[in-house]
Design a binder for this molecule. Structure first.
Ligand code: G4P
Length: 312
């Protein structure tokens, strides 16, 4: 799936984050609990490897609670890292955030040594919503198109706890193909950048194996586990009356229905990846990348040899 990112914006954000990182004690990365690894920003991982980290698995109200636990345990097992699940319904996000950060950076407290925290996240992960809730008013803009620029903010959550909002946009970077599909299914990718039918077929492929009962209940279908993704899309289209003339299913409309149902949690609480799956996808992506690189190297060597031969 071709998703067009903007390297210029990415580099600008990288520089802004790098400048801001000086003097930061804890870096909070907000992740989408339905796709924690896919919604992480790999550039950030490289820049913040020496910092203490808090991973917020946000939108946990939409994610599979068993899998959220698995992901939290996974992150808690990493060096200098803590993870918490969160969603916009949480009544005291500030308290949860402050205590998790204090746990990993106990050396910073008191007015002379305030804990300085930077919060980051790719668009659509719910950062503005959380910041608005921390501020207690609608200061940061909350929009439904990913990529709306927001200015940097400083929020004093306590006398000795300062939260900085990341300047600029931290776009996700597609490392593995499945990660791209998961980001697209979650709504983190602008509509123009993706083929909704293709994204939906990938989503259904995963749901057939991992959440067949939820799909059956939502669309009043039987035998979902035995269907192929395109058969399921067709069955959903018929069930929901998304038809063209001549008894043909309107696949585009059906894809939109499924994506909307997934995004607002109507199909159920679903998580699209586990730490093990992500590890396998990453290994495969790196293998393919190495293969492509060797093919490029070989072609380059052949071209050089041909030039040498021509020159005698
Ligand atoms: P961002 O700053 O990281 O880009 O994300 P933002 O807060 O704008 O949130 C993106 C969308 O996700 C918004 O929905 C927001 O309401 C929703 N959202 C944020 N946190 C949560 C959460 O914990 N659970 C759920 N279920 N949704 C959450 P929207 O439809 O794009 O906008 P709106 O209709 O809410 O204004």
């Amino acid at each position: 799936m071709a998703i067009q990112w903007f390297p210029g914006h990415m580099n600008k954000a990288k520089k802004q984050v790098a400048d801001r990182l000086k003097g930061i004690d804890v870096v909070i990365e907000m992740l989408d609990a339905r796709l924690p690894a896919s919604s992480a920003n790999p550039m950030l991982a490289g820049m913040t490897s020496k910092k203490k980290a808090l991973k917020i698995l946000n939108k946990q109200d939409l994610a599979d609670p068993t899998r959220t636990r698995v992901w939290i345990d996974y992150y808690n097992g990493l060096n200098d890292t803590r993870a918490i699940g969160l969603d916009a319904g949480d009544k005291s996000p500030a308290q949860r955030l402050i205590s998790a950060c204090r746990e990993i950076a106990p050396h910073r407290s008191g007015l002379d040594k305030p804990l300085r925290v930077l919060i980051c996240g790719i668009p659509n992960v719910g950062k503005s919503t959380l910041i608005n809730s921390l501020l207690g008013r609608r200061a940061a803009k909350v929009g439904n198109e990913p990529g709306i620029t927001k200015g940097e903010q400083r929020i004093d959550l306590a006398d000795d706890f300062i939260l900085y909002d990341t300047p600029g946009m931290l776009w996700p970077k597609i490392l593995v193909e499945q990660g791209g599909y998961n980001l697209a299914a979650s709504g983190a990718v602008g509509r123009n950048a993706l083929d909704e039918e293709e994204v939906t077929l990938e989503l259904l492929k995963y749901l057939i194996v991992n959440y067949p009962a939820d799909v059956e209940a939502r669309y009043k279908l039987d035998g979902v586990a035995e269907m192929l993704d395109d058969q399921l899309l067709e069955a959903i289209g018929r069930r929901r009356g998304a038809m063209l003339g001549g008894g043909r299913v309107n696949f585009q409309k059906t894809a939109e229905i499924v994506l909307t149902d997934f995004r607002d949690g109507t199909i159920g609480r679903i998580t699209l990846e586990t730490p093990e799956e992500w590890k396998d996808w990453l290994t495969e992506a790196r293998r393919l990348d190495a293969e492509r690189q060797s093919a490029r190297d070989l072609a380059k060597a052949e071209r050089a040899a041909a030039v040498k031969k021509r020159r005698g």
